[in-house]
Design a protein around this ligand. Structure first.
Ligand SMILES: C[S@@+](CC[C@H](N)C(=O)[O-])C[C@H]1O[C@@H](n2cnc3c(N)ncnc32)[C@H](O)[C@@H]1O
Length: 289
């Protein structure tokens, strides 16, 4: 697979506000290509880092990137929704810091896996290629009402009725096979205006449904708060309001936490210019009391 390298976002801000010299164990819940992880390992030369990912390809990239750090790094193929279970299996009951860098990586977008509107290949959108449910299954088997609700709730799309209806009608001619076919169908329904591709919100919704992203976040964050040591820090970089709302509410409502970021940290103008994919990133950090 040929895939573009992933540019980690808000690296300077993560180092400045999330990482301490005193940390001994740090969890990278979404290690991806190992960009944040290598900066963290360079910044704190004694920290041990445990990196999770559900994507085998991302882990193979992280393995190469993090090779120079030798035994300071442990990589785990696992979902952060089961954080406690995986860490307990490693003999770890607590840690000093954790980062969740949500969303998809450039490896996934450019990897012809149906995440991109222009992918003329099977509608897939799985981050974990070992799981059964794909976007093809969602788009071609869910009924009108379920599709409509998902596109509304997970995409915050307005034209939900028209899009769900168009999908159901199009299915009468046979399955919607590719990401490109789905994107083109949505362009026909919504027309083309504005900066965003008309299918952005629907693709976000289907991806969240396929990968159970919001449920994973709530479960992983709960485990993280339970396991984090006193004075340890929990950081989450989110890319849309649904994720950000979950993080904000969980941080605010948990009496064991002190919220460090009253307002989320966002990328500098310079970073947004150099890496437009960083535009919607928001970093929230809380400290365990
Ligand atoms: C934005 S990328 C992370 C990039 C990484 N910080 C870097 O510097 O290269 C998000 C990664 O999280 C992974 N991921 C998403 N949901 C996950 C989950 N529930 N458990 C573990 N990994 C997950 C994705 O497969 C993807 O590789």
């Amino acid at each position: 697979m040929i895939a573009l390298a992933h540019n980690p976002v808000l690296v300077r801000e993560v180092i400045e506000h999330l990482i301490s010299e005193k940390f001994n164990i740090f969890i990278d819940a979404t290690v991806g290509g190992g960009g944040h992880a290598s900066s963290i390992l360079r910044h704190n030369e004694k920290v041990r880092l445990i990196g999770f990912d559900i994507d085998e390809y991302a882990l193979s990239v992280a393995k190469k990137t993090l090779e120079p750090f030798g035994e300071r790094v442990t990589l785990i193929k696992g979902n952060f929704r089961d954080l406690k279970k995986h860490l307990n299996e490693e003999g770890i009951n607590t840690f000093d810091g954790i980062l969740f860098d949500l969303g998809i990586s450039m490896y996934q977008i450019s990897g012809k896996r149906g995440f991109s509107f222009y992918d003329d290949c099977d509608l897939d959108m799985r981050m974990d290629m070992a799981q059964d449910k794909t976007a093809f299954h969602v788009i071609n088997t869910y009924n009108f009402e379920t599709l409509r609700r998902i596109i509304k709730d997970y995409g915050e799309e307005f034209k939900t009725n028209a899009i769900a209806r168009a999908i159901i009608n199009r299915r009468k001619k046979g399955p919607i096979q590719t990401a490109l076919e789905l994107a083109d169908l949505i362009v026909k329904v919504k027309g083309k205006k504005g900066r965003l591709h008309p299918a952005t919100k629907t693709f976000q919704a289907i991806r969240i449904e396929v990968n159970r992203e919001l449920e994973n976040l709530s479960m992983g964050l709960k485990d993280a708060i339970d396991m984090c040591a006193s004075k340890g820090r929990i950081g989450v970089i989110s890319f849309h309001s649904l994720e950000d709302r979950i993080v904000k509410n969980m941080f605010k409502s948990d009496k064991r936490l002190h919220v460090i970021t009253k307002k989320p940290i966002t990328p500098s103008k310079d970073e947004m210019e150099k890496n437009p994919a960083s535009r919607s990133a928001k970093l929230r950090i809380a400290e365990k009391l």
